[in-house]
Design a binder for this molecule. Structure first.
Ligand code: COA
Length: 215
């Protein structure tokens, strides 16, 4: 879908009223307990983040304001990016808006660092819309561990699948603990991650002797 051809404006947002609108859209569509509070959200998407998680937020607009948002981050210590949030207003779904925004965010994150982008990380509800799409469309790998969102930034801790879409290559089992650390420290800003009970329990649950691919 060509977003502009559909009459939608698309802009990178790093703060201001559009960022507040994007936060509301996420709260409405993803659920308030699954979105960080507004203060940390503004910090997350702001231009002044450190080089451990360089965040980009792309929004689509119509005359009534922000109707879709995709947020991703380049993880500075890995050849990896993470998709943090996505939402499309109900009346605009199933038209490829998410797919178009996601593609542009991934392109921007690919070019962020002058380094290869090996894979893209997401935290997804098992069997949810995007989980199925990622499995079918992107041959996504469900990391073999009991992954949990930590108790921080106003989020409700909960189990989700840690899902990896290979771009150049998939990480090995031996890299999972480092990936979880980068997510907890870079994205959730829990430094050091070892001080988080959720982090310790996720790392202990990694099944490194399990199969390489989990169907
Ligand atoms: C998930 C969401 C962002 C998708 O937005 P969208 O613009 O409708 O997505 P697209 O039109 O680009 O569709 C992408 C693919 O997702 C899948 N998909 C999207 N909506 C679907 C639905 N209702 N049922 C089944 N599959 C669906 C399809 O595989 C689709 O590809 P296809 O059209 O080629 O078959 C949107 O449904 C949404 O905002 N949901 C609520 C918030 C949420 O769950 N966010 C993700 C977690 S952060």
């Amino acid at each position: 879908m060509a977003l502009q051809a559909a009459g939608l404006a698309v802009r990178w947002i790093t703060g201001g009223g559009a960022a507040v609108e994007a936060h509301s859209l996420l709260q409405e569509n993803v659920g308030p307990t699954n979105v960080e509070d507004l203060a940390t959200f503004i910090e997350t998407i702001g231009p002044s983040r450190d080089d451990r998680a360089m965040t980009r937020m792309l929004c689509a607009f119509d005359d009534s304001g922000v109707l879709a948002v995709v947020v991703g981050a380049r993880l500075g210590r890995l050849n990896a990016a993470m998709l943090l949030y996505s939402a499309v207003r109900k009346d605009m779904r199933r038209r490829g808006v998410y797919s178009a925004l996601r593609a542009r965010v991934v392109d921007a994150l690919r070019g962020e660092d002058g380094r290869p982008l090996d894979y893209i990380i997401s935290e997804l509800e098992p069997e949810g819309i995007l989980w199925r799409h990622y499995r079918q469309r992107w041959d996504a790998w469900i990391v073999p561990c009991e992954y949990r969102v930590p108790n921080t930034q106003g989020l409700t801790p909960k189990p989700l699948d840690l899902v990896i879409v290979p771009v150049e290559q998939r990480p090995g089992l031996g890299e999972i603990a480092e990936i979880v650390r980068e997510v907890y420290e870079g994205v959730y800003r829990l430094v050091p991650a070892d001080s988080s009970d959720e982090y310790l329990s996720v790392v202990q649950s990694i099944r490194i002797d399990g199969p390489e691919t989990v169907a």
